[in-house]
Design a protein around this ligand. Structure first.
Ligand code: IMP
Ligand code: MG
Length: 181
């Protein structure tokens, strides 16, 4: 499928599954090398990272643990989307080498706040592994924490491979960019 429609929006194919997985494998190889001798805990952020996490972790060869968490944002009438807490963090991350697995970094505010919250639990180290990043939209400096990015993309709204438009489109194996903004 070259073009898909979700609700009122039309999207065209812009990253094939093959192109994505080639970069996922590259990132996995970097992690295998950097964390050799360690036993990292992958904290995968739901919902968006589920497909990326699956393909990434199949390529991880060092001993590791995997957990899925969700960030809850308090949303009043004027939805601020500010993250308040992390849900599903059952194991202690104190003293652990934590790798946060995220779908996409846009402004970076979500990850900045996530790092603040997770940092209070005193992990030994805390790095981000994001499938996608829109460098032209980044508003905060995530510094050395933003260690692994599979693909940098332009400032286009995308769906597929876990990412959604209004809850739809996560199931597509390829990534599609919006045509009419
Ligand atoms: P940030 O806080 O601006 O970095 O936004 C990150 C979050 O916005 C991601 O975790 C996604 O849920 C969502 N997001 C940003 N860009 C896109 C996109 O192009 N498609 C789908 N979701 C997106
Ligand atoms: Mg997300």
């Amino acid at each position: 499928m070259r073009t898909i429609q979700i609700k009122d929006k039309v999207f065209h194919l812009c990253l094939s599954e093959k192109a994505i997985i080639d970069e996922v494998k590259r990132v996995a190889a970097d992690i295998n090398r950097d964390y050799e001798g360690k036993q990292p805990l992958f904290l995968c952020i739901l919902n968006g990272s589920f497909m990326f996490a699956s393909d990434l972790l199949k390529e991880i060869t060092i001993p590791c643990q995997v957990s899925f968490v969700k960030f809850a944002s308090y949303q009043g009438t004027a939805s601020t989307g500010v993250i308040r807490e992390v849900m599903g963090l059952n194991e202690s991350i104190k003293g652990r080498d934590v790798i946060v697995v995220e779908d996409i970094i846009d402004t970076g505010f979500t990850m900045q706040r996530s790092l603040e919250i997770l940092g209070t639990h005193e992990p030994a180290s805390l790095k981000i592994c994001s499938l996608l990043c829109k460098p032209s939209k980044l508003k905060v400096d995530l510094g050395d924490s933003l260690r692994y990015v599979a693909l940098n993309i332009p400032d286009d709204f995308i769906v597929g491979y876990g990412l959604d438009y209004d809850g739809y489109g996560r199931n597509y194996r390829d990534i599609y960019c919006i045509i009419d903004k």
